[in-house]
Each structure stands twice: as C-alpha cells, then as structure tokens.
Design a protein around this ligand. Structure first.
Ligand SMILES: *Cc1c(COP(=O)(O)O)cnc(C)c1O
Length: 299
C-alpha cells in the first residue's frame, strides 16, 4: 500500500517540516510486508512448492506468513522466546506454523538453517537479502515522490535492510540527503558492528523497541556495508527516551506505534538529532502488546 505522509506536531516545536511516513498502516502493521512480498514474488514455482521458512522478532514473520498465505505457500516462522505473545498469536492466526526456539534471534536463525537443510524449505531472510532490501527500498521512492525536498530521513535500524534499501534510492536521487539511523542503547547489534567494523553479537535485552532486537548475522553480506556507506548519523536511545517518543506520538500526534517506531521522535525530543530542514520520520510498525498500550496510556 502507498502510505500517507502527514505533518507531526514536532513541526511547530522545531520550526521545520517534520513529516511522518505512516508505514505502520500497512497490512500486518509494519513496512516488512514490502520486502517479504517482493522476495516471495521472486520464487520459482518449485521453490513455492517447498514452502518458506524465516526467523524474526515478529514483524517479518507476520509479513512472510501473510504473503505466503496470499500465494498459497506453506510458511514456518521461527521465533525466540523474547518475541511478545501478541505477535506470536497474530502469526499463527495467518495459518503459518510457529516454532518457539531459544532465547535469541541467533538460535531461531539456526533452526531456519536446519529446516532448509533437512526439508528443502526456502529461507526468506529478514534483512540481509537483495530481494528483501529491494522491497524495503520502495518506501524510499514513495517518500521522495511525496516530499521531493526532504533533507533528512530518519529510520529505525535493526538488521539494516530498511535503511539500506531506502538510502540506496534516496541517495541516488539526491546525494546530499541525510540518512539517520536510530536504535536502542540496550543491545543494538548494528551500532556495535559499525563501531567494530565487523559483525559482532550483543546480548539481547528486553526493550520497548523489541522489533529492533537480534543480531546482524556473523556472515553479514550486504546490510553492514550499506549502513557503513549510507548512514550519515546513528543515534542510540535509552528506554526512557523511547518511551517519551511513544508517548509524544500517542498524545501529541494521536498515533499508536510500537517502541521501534518511536526512536525518531525520541531522538528529536532528547536533543540527539538536529532538525535543520524538511525531515521525514519513518513510523515502521504498530504492533504493540496490549499490556504495553495500557501502561503507556496511563503514563
Ligand atoms: C524490522 C523492523 C525495523 C528495522 O528494520 P531492519 O531492516 O531490520 O533494520 C524497524 N521497525 C520495525 C517496526 C520493524 O519491524
């Protein structure tokens, strides 16, 4: 779906256009449908018969389950026990088989590798894949059509497929556009890997931005390089700052988004991101657990 771009109340506070790209309005509640649908559309008939498997912090699994169902393909989604129950239920409701494995994304990834080897299923990776990145890049094309004078694009980063795809198209159209990645202080594997100059593992911690958890893969082939080349800035937020972003989106912009989506707002409110011209913030997902909604709504 082509999602709307609307003005945030932050435009008044900052004195510049701060625009929100409402990707959380996609079917399945996140932009992940773009990459999953495109990757599945590229499978051969034989691959479609074998079924698809993926690991996920929740939203990619939901997108794969949805796209697989529309195409009449069998899907198995491997999830660690850190994935919130609401996301697990939503994936099962789409008819996919869910496997709960281990305490981290890395363990879920190992299970996918086993399914590929033993049963010949086709893996649909969450970010480090040409087709998935190409799918995510379509949101970048839309942003530049809707706001040709965008100076800055702010997006949350986990594995970096979204930033990579959006940055490729945005910098091709306007080499001077500023790309800002944002994530949580608690366990951003991409931030640690950028600093180390190679993929590193970090301890996964509970965070409001649960969709941004997980590693980038020990043998990352595309997204670390893309983030190194294209992320002009990388901002890290405390849980407090993410919460403030979520509250501001809920109470000031009347938008309910998950923690992963609130890092752009959080960064501006925390003074960690300078707004110097038209700025587009990507709101990536709205799959918030009901108990979290209650806690945020009551402060
Ligand atoms: C997956 C996800 C991200 C990060 O996307 P990557 O391509 O893994 O960097 C951000 N926000 C939400 C809601 C997501 O589900």
């Amino acid at each position: 779906m082509r999602t709307p771009l609307i003005r945030s109340h932050l435009s008044i506070e900052t004195g510049h256009d701060v625009l929100l790209k409402l990707e959380m309005l996609q079917p399945v509640g996140s932009f992940k449908i773009r990459g999953a649908a495109y990757a599945i559309s590229q499978l051969s008939d034989e691959q479609k018969k074998s079924g698809v498997a993926c690991y996920s912090t929740g939203n990619h699994g939901r997108a794969v389950a949805y796209a697989a169902r529309l195409n009449g393909i069998r899907a198995t989604v491997c999830l660690s026990r850190l994935v919130p129950a609401a996301k697990v239920d939503a994936i099962e409701a789409l008819g996919a088989e869910v496997k709960r494995v281990g305490e981290s994304q890395d363990e879920a990834e190992t299970e996918v590798r086993r399914l590929v080897q033993e049963y010949g299923m086709v893996s649909i990776p969450p970010f480090d894949d040409e087709h998935v990145i190409a799918g995510q890049s379509t949101v970048g094309i839309e942003i530049l059509e809707q706001c040709p004078d965008a100076e800055t694009i702010v997006l949350p980063v986990s594995g970096g497929g979204l930033l990579g795809g959006v940055a490729i198209v945005a910098k091709a159209v306007n080499p001077h556009i500023r790309i800002v990645g944002a994530a949580m202080e608690n366990g951003s594997a991409m931030a640690a890997s950028l600093q180390a100059g190679r993929p590193v593992r970090v301890r996964e911690e509970p965070t409001l931005a649960d969709s941004l958890g997980g590693g980038i893969g020990d043998d990352n082939k595309l997204t670390l390089e893309l983030c190194r080349e294209f992320a002009d800035e990388f901002v890290l937020l405390s849980e407090e700052e993410i919460l403030r972003g979520m509250s501001s989106l809920l109470f000031d912009d009347n938008l309910l988004v998950e923690g992963a989506s609130a890092v752009g707002h959080g960064a501006i409110l925390a003074g960690k991101l300078e707004v110097s011209g038209p700025t587009v913030i990507l709101l990536t997902g709205r799959n918030v657990a009901p108990d979290q909604v209650r806690r945020i709504a009551t402060g």
